[in-house]
Design a protein around this ligand. Structure first.
Ligand SMILES: [Zn+2]
Length: 271
């Protein structure tokens, strides 16, 4: 409307000053007309002229596809089940601090070791392998009532008669715990047959000194250092009492010799 009033004024001025302002006034009128035309054109522009926002609004279903559909199921927070969290089961010690047994002198152990039926001095690994081939030594794997720990200074082999002793002791140990919360507990064998070479690596003995040889170098001895429970439902007292009972009975029956050490029980079979 302002533009139109302005056009009338300009038209009057053109009539009054036709000769003097003719061309510049005409140019202004034409420019004003062009501006008004553009304003009118944009005012009556059809709705389907596409702008960015109109394009989106023209296809609302496409927008809906991008919004994740609501899951009708309730949100459930998943928590770690207590059963899946590994519970640490600490071993029960098996040494002179917790077990009360008489100490048999080491000279008796050595004498016994040399006099067992299959006994021989296992000097090195080739002699150990020869012993396995000729049946003087047998492999020892986990069994009822006992298991063999990872060994770094000995081999899981024994004289056949010593393996039999180990199995008998382990069965008696397991029998004592049947029906109790400690059922399934195993004692842990931490050392079996050491070659003389392995023994010398421990820094205790001369590699070639048979007179000073360990009874472990005859396949005659093994060490028990712990009892391992299946879980924490029962304490250490029952397995420790069972270990005490088995060791003392075998010792009293003169089947074994024992040295209670600070970190294990050293057991040797008697002939
Ligand atoms: Zn030992």
């Amino acid at each position: 409307m302002v533009g139109c009033v302005y056009i009338h004024e300009i038209a009057g001025m053109l009539i009054q000053n036709r000769k003097r302002y003719r061309w510049d006034r005409i140019g202004m009128v034409l420019g004003c007309f062009a501006l008004v035309s553009v304003a009118l054109a944009s005012w009556v522009a059809p709705k389907d002229m596409k702008t960015g926002s109109e394009e989106v609004l023209a296809h609302p279903e496409q927008i809906m596809e991008k919004v994740p559909a609501l899951d009708p199921r309730p949100i459930v927070k998943i928590q770690a089940s207590p059963a899946l969290v590994e519970e640490e089961v600490k071993p029960c010690s098996c040494n002179r601090h917790v077990l009360k047994l008489a100490k048999n002198p080491y000279t008796q152990h050595r004498k016994a070791a040399r006099n067992l039926p299959h006994s021989f001095f296992v000097k090195d690994k080739s002699e150990l392998q020869a012993g396995l081939r000729n049946g003087k030594l047998v492999e020892v794997k986990d069994g009822r009532g006992y298991h063999v720990s990872a060994l770094s200074h000995s081999h899981a082999v024994l004289l056949p008669e010593v393996k039999k002793l180990l199995q008998d002791m382990a069965n008696d140990f397991a029998d004592l715990l049947v029906g109790t919360p400690s059922e399934g507990t195993k004692f842990r064998v931490t050392s079996l047959t050491r070659t003389a070479w392995q023994q010398s690596r421990l820094g205790r003995k001369n590699y070639n000194a048979i007179d000073e040889a360990s009874t472990h170098s005859y396949g005659a001895s093994f060490d028990i250092a712990f009892t391992d429970r299946p879980d924490n439902s029962a304490g250490c007292s029952a397995p420790t009492r069972a270990m005490q009972k088995v060791l003392s009975e075998y010792q009293n029956q003169k089947r074994i010799l024992v040295i209670p050490e600070k970190d294990c029980m050293h057991v040797t079979l008697r002939p």
